[in-house]
Design a protein. Sequence first.
Length: 182
Amino acid sequence: MAGELTVPGDFDVFALFEVMDAKRMAEDLTWGQVNSRLAWMSKATFDRMRERGSSSCNHILPMIQWVGRAPEVFTVDASGGVHELLPDPSPGRWRWWWAHHDLAAQVDAKRRDLDLSWEEVAAAMGLGPSGAAAVRGIDKLRYGPPIGLAMIGARWVRRSAASFMSELPPAVFNSPPSRPKR
């Protein structure tokens, strides 16, 4: 059940789930067991991703790592991307995290170097003028952009998704948000 994506670099979540399903069956696992192995999202989130074919850039990372493929393999026109496997995270309970602020800075730097408007950047990425707000807003997102937008952006700046990975220790995930001091 592959998605009908057309923008080079866009991420096909359904294609990832097809590869995951093959690995799941080869290892004789249920989807619940797969979710437990990934160990950081709820089963409901996992099921929604599988049904809708969409995800944030961060939720998708453990799945890509589990199947052992470069993220770019699951993109439209995969041959046009810079392929690099996600490095294995250190032992412990943490995962890679998209440094989407770095991605936003790279996109903006290229935009300025080429003297482009945000509308022109979106058009160059294949998103059309309506995608300008999404591209411009990558830096303002707390948890990162959708995986498709992140992958399209990485391709546009000619970098691999893996080059935008950041290590976050478990304390970052388990700590309550800090409150501003008065």
